[in-house]
Write a protein that binds this ligand. Sequence first.
Ligand SMILES: Cc1cc2nc3c(=O)[nH]c(=O)nc-3n(C[C@H](O)[C@H](O)[C@H](O)COP(=O)(O)O)c2cc1C
Length: 191
Amino acid sequence: MDVKEAIRQRRSIGKVKQDPIARELIEEILEAGVWAPNHAHTEPWRFWVMTGEGRGLLGRGYAEVAVANAGAELSAEEEAQLRAVHEKKAFRAPLVIAVAVTPAEKPVVPVIEEYAAAHCAVQNMMLTAHAMGLGTIWRTGDPTYHPKMQETFGLAGKEEMVGFIYIGYPEAVPTKAERIPFAQKTIWVSE
Ligand SMILES: Cc1cc2nc3c(=O)[nH]c(=O)nc-3n(C[C@H](O)[C@H](O)[C@H](O)COP(=O)(O)O)c2cc1C
């Protein structure tokens, strides 16, 4: 698929089939991720590929955050129920790739640029998956940045999650999207 076509056609797809995705395709997606631009060759990303029961890792992260946020004393039964509700969220797609930024300690590269590079990696992966006929959605939300999520994935120092890419064969055609025309966002400067 032509890159212009992929950019123009890709839509976030939250509802996907549970059919597994071939390992070769997953590796192609990851390969696209590492070719993202990055300042001073820091390559500031880490990926977790979660399939099958492996998605339970993210599920545990969601559950730990929910229990921490519940604050009040929960009975064992209440805690188990809360955990079950939140763990389930990680199973909305057959494949979830967690992406973390790992900022380098290089004075020439501000941390904001390390995030930019990790975000580019996410977009590369989503476009590549789209070109394979897969649906993707970049999910975040408050739990993404919670210390309990960081602990679950073993993030250290300045490392942070930047999102979870949920990937699967689309269940339904996405609704039409609209964008504000670029003309309204652009100033042309020619002299
Ligand atoms: C950083 C980031 C975080 C996002 N987090 C969520 C999310 O938590 N839940 C969700 O449904 N969509 C999330 N999205 C997807 C956006 O909702 C989606 O990109 C937007 O609606 C535009 O639709 P499109 O991707 O089909 O163009 C996120 C997108 C970005 C870039």
